[in-house]
Design a protein around this ligand. Structure first.
Ligand code: INI
Length: 184
């Protein structure tokens, strides 16, 4: 038997990532993106949008992130997908709907496709708390990129021991997602 653990020292030149970013609260999400790019760059990834390693997809808000993450994951083109958003509590229950759909949907996108999808959606009570986590104190965008690198490397290792293709029923899902997955 063996122990598997993602590392950051392997050859990352073949890795491909997609970053899905919510435009809502882009004062925060733009900073998360900068942190994310900084981490990827320092681990040898070419983050140039016209390069071959990272694609960037902007969506209106965190509610739209899961659908886009799933669509991108289904291409099986990426080693990991990083989702960046910022949901900030207001005076209405809107926060709860958006944050819960974002969390559930990102988990579903990963589970349904077998592609690591990193949940980088901040959920905070105030803009101040969000900004503190997006560069003022620390930048969680950096950590989310690290999670993606770790999972990409781990998947590479685990895929070598698996008898199964990365996702056994991908073709069936692509042809008829409702039949295979239902409405989750
Ligand atoms: N989207 C966010 O990413 N963060 C928020 O705080 C937010 N609030 O509070 O409304 C938000 N709403 C927009 C939502 O994500 C969708 O884009 C919109 O409802 C259209 O589907």
């Amino acid at each position: 038997m063996a122990t598997f653990e993602g590392n950051f020292t392997g050859d990352s030149s073949s890795f491909r990532f997609a970053i899905v970013i919510g435009r809502f609260n882009d004062l925060v999400t733009g900073k998360l993106l900068s942190g994310c790019q900084d981490c990827l760059k320092r681990h040898g990834i070419n983050v140039d949008p016209i390069g071959t390693q990272v694609d960037y997809v902007w969506v209106p808000g965190s509610f739209e992130i899961p659908m886009m993450a799933r669509k991108l994951a289904m291409t099986q083109r990426y080693d990991a997908i990083i989702c960046l958003g910022a949901v900030i509590r207001g005076q209405t229950p809107h926060f709860d709907y958006v944050s819960s759909e974002a969390a559930k949907g990102v988990a579903a996108a990963s589970f349904q496709t077998g592609v690591p999808v990193v949940f980088g959606v901040l959920t905070t009570d105030t803009m101040q708390q969000a900004l503190e986590r997006a560069g003022i104190k620390s930048n969680l965008g950096w950590n989310y990129a690290l999670d993606a690198l770790e999972m990409a490397n781990l998947m590479q290792q685990v895929n070598t021991i698996s008898d199964e293709p990365p996702i056994a029923n991908l073709k069936a899902i692509q042809e008829s997602p409702q039949a295979v997955i239902g409405n989750q």
